[in-house]
Ligand binder design. Structure first.
Ligand SMILES: [Zn+2]
Length: 241
């Protein structure tokens, strides 16, 4: 059965409203001590544009989430002007920033996991113009065992022991429900909950998961082509096809 109708912006707003009825929305900085609440986390794997769309819905619904930026994404470039602008817009809406860390890049970024995480967090802080308080691992099943220390490189680890032991957990996985739908998880009423979404799965109208991925790829490609055409026209050069 298709779950595509559950992954629209309207369904997302209803999910946020249902969570707000039950939970205070927590910062990761409070996670280890909080008695009740939800950690509302977004791992931005494919689309900063979708991240800003969800951030705008959350702001309208008066809740705060944490957006984890992936510096090694193949789908967006975190240092690109259009992406930096959107990340800063997310911060301006009152949301927090995290580091979505791919441990395969430890050798390129520092001699140890701690120094590599700190180096990437410093870069994300500069581009976001906001502090980075937490990290999550990208594809924790790939690239070795999940490190479950509560803090790594000074950041709160979303997969740390304390959060794992104290919080219920659910995600939007691959754009369909592999486990309980998030709306059911929220309704189940665990006192503390961590909800992970990937913004690219949430779109204006129902689409298959694969079509949502294509939407992100093709939207970016069309934007780059239009930028090239506009730039060459602006300087009066010939756009030879
Ligand atoms: Zn990821």
């Amino acid at each position: 059965m298709s779950h595509d109708q559950d992954f629209t912006e309207a369904a997302y707003r209803r999910l946020v409203q249902a969570a707000r009825e039950r939970y205070p929305f927590l910062s990761f900085a409070d996670a280890v001590t909080a008695e009740a609440g939800v950690l509302w986390r977004h791992d931005i794997d494919m689309s900063m544009h979708r991240a800003l769309a969800l951030a705008t819905i959350e702001h309208a619904e008066n809740v705060k989430a944490t957006y984890f930026v992936h510096l090694h994404s193949r789908f967006y470039h975190a240092l690109e002007d259009a992406i930096v602008d959107r990340l800063r817009a997310i911060v301006a809406l009152g949301h927090e920033v995290g580091l979505h860390f791919d441990r395969r890049f430890v050798p390129a970024m520092g001699p140890s996991l701690e120094t590599a995480v700190a180096a990437e967090a410093a870069l994300v802080e500069r581009i976001a113009g906001a502090p980075v308080a937490a990290l999550s691992f990208h594809d924790p099943d790939v690239g070795g065992a999940v490190d479950d220390a509560d803090r790594i490189g000074g950041l709160v680890n979303a997969y740390g022991r304390s959060i794992r032991d104290r919080f219920g957990y659910g995600s939007d996985s691959n754009g369909y429900w592999r486990h309980a739908p998030l709306i059911e998880l929220v309704a189940a009423g665990h006192p503390r909950l961590q909800v992970l979404t990937h913004p690219e799965w949430w779109v204006p109208e129902p689409m298959s998961p694969r079509a949502r991925v294509a939407r992100a790829i093709e939207g970016r490609a069309a934007y780059q082509a239009a930028k090239y055409d506009a730039a060459i026209t602006a300087v009066g050069r010939e756009n030879i096809r």
